[in-house]
Design a protein around this ligand. Structure first.
Ligand code: ZN
Length: 349
């Protein structure tokens, strides 16, 4: 029944348009048309009494979206996802497979010649647009697990830059918020600057991250092109990369992802945020049953239930604790990791 309903919705979507460069304006126009037609329920179109609630706790935002307000609470699927298997992957096979879904667009990246399929997300994180980005699924080699390759890193950095100021492009690894083990990223409209935008660069030791008194050099050099890389003073473990060419940023990003396989990557224009995660910290008792992914790590606690909203708002430190619980816990500090990554990328003398 539910599947039939979803398929009916999907089939009413405008037929796929042409392959072309990233165009947020065109994607948005398609999105608004779907909301108007009722295919996607946004906050504006819900009529069943559920309300969107927005609160602030210190520097953090707490949001319960009506379209995502589930009762009873969704039970998060935790633990490692099963290996990618084309026969059982719901993106590759079965009645909901992506090939059957009309696309918003195909984003062609002239710099790499690669193409990403852009789909609507029918349970949007943001009412003004939420897209699912998947490497062109018609190519068999793209039917693969949720792990970024170097090429994926380059593509996502390019897409992030092409969407500067308009969309937040992001990736959740397995055990870091991903719910599907098929390579995919998200892009959604940015309602306002995220709280992490004002986070200072870390300058002292705190908690599980044992950052040395002397911070390592915060620049890594790739082929002589500078990428600014720093550890942020933020409750979650976060490295911010900025500036440099897309390739240089992508190489640093790729290296960090290999070193720390449990991670989230967020691309906001020419800033790349990499959150290094503990595999045990996908949910935190501070905000029960909420799978913490990219948006929460930015300081915008988008929650699924009234209970989670109340938990986040009730206690002034609940959000800090939830973010802190995501931190990686290894002997090496994030600063040391970054210094090692920078050294490995430095050009040979
Ligand atoms: Zn698949």
């Amino acid at each position: 029944m539910a599947i039939a309903w979803i398929m009916q919705c999907l089939l009413t979507v405008t037929p796929p348009t042409l392959r072309g460069p990233v165009s947020v304006a065109r994607w948005s126009a398609e999105w608004l048309e779907l909301v108007r037609s009722g295919t996607i329920s946004s906050t504006a179109t819900l009529r069943d009494g559920r309300e969107t609630r927005v609160g602030r706790r210190g520097r953090y935002l707490v949001v319960l979206r009506a379209n995502r307000a589930l009762r009873p609470p969704a039970a998060p699927k935790l633990g490692w996802l099963p290996p990618h298997d084309e026969a059982t992957c719901s993106f590759c096979s079965g009645p909901l497979r992506l090939e059957l879904r009309p696309m918003v667009a195909q984003a062609l990246l002239p710099e790499t010649g690669r193409c990403w399929d852009v789909h609507f997300n029918i349970s949007p994180m943001e009412p003004n647009g939420h897209y699912l980005l998947v490497p062109e699924i018609a190519l068999h080699a793209n039917r693969r697990q949720q792990r970024l390759t170097t090429d994926d890193c380059i593509d996502l950095v390019l897409i992030g830059r092409a969407c500067a100021g308009e969309l937040c492009v992001n990736f959740n690894a397995p055990r870091a918020g991903a719910s599907q083990n098929h390579l995919h990223a998200h892009a959604w409209a940015i309602p306002e600057a995220y709280p992490i935008a004002t986070a200072p660069v870390l300058s002292r030791v705190e908690q599980r991250i044992d950052v040395p008194e002397e911070l390592p050099p915060d620049l890594c050099f790739v082929d002589g092109r500078e990428v600014e890389a720093c550890v942020l003073d933020w409750p979650a473990s976060c490295v911010r990369l900025a500036g440099g060419t897309a390739e240089a940023v992508a190489l640093a990003l790729d290296r960090i992802c290999i070193e720390c396989p449990c991670h989230n990557v967020v691309l906001l224009g020419d800033q790349t945020f990499v959150f290094v995660r503990s595999p045990e910290g996908e949910v935190s008792p501070a905000v029960p049953d909420l799978k913490i992914g990219s948006i929460q790590l930015l300081g915008a606690m988008v929650v699924d239930t009234a209970e989670q909203f109340e938990a986040a708002m009730r206690d002034g430190s609940a959000i800090e604790r939830a973010l802190r619980d995501t931190r990686y816990d290894v002997n090496e500090t994030l600063g040391q990791l970054l210094a090692r990554v920078a050294a490995s990328l430095a050009p040979r003398a």
